[in-house]
Design a protein around this ligand. Sequence first.
Ligand code: FES
Length: 116
Amino acid sequence: LKAEKVKVTFIFHDGKRMETQANVGDSLLDVVVNNELNIEGYGACEGTLTCSTCHVVLKPEDYNKLPDEACDEERDMLDLAYGLTDTSRLGCQIILTKDMDGLEIQIPETINDARV
Ligand code: FES
């Protein structure tokens, strides 16, 4: 059985874009790791909601489409993230669903590790 795929595009602060085919059911953190995107420091706590390095910025229409809102723990971590925006989320908390095909993810310029 082949996993269903959705297209996820990462946009880096220098304008570089990278298109990936991501598995439905994976988190955005998984996608970054599986595609070896090599974003310095990204996902330092491996999805345990203690670092905020997996901060991503979504387009408003994508942000509003997400099935779940950020939980309190995620919101606390986001407060510590560098360059927080109204459409910021933590990549480790976004699980891809079929209707997220075409998602565009902006990677902020700098990462802040809340643990240090
Ligand atoms: Fe640390 Fe998401 S990977 S909070």
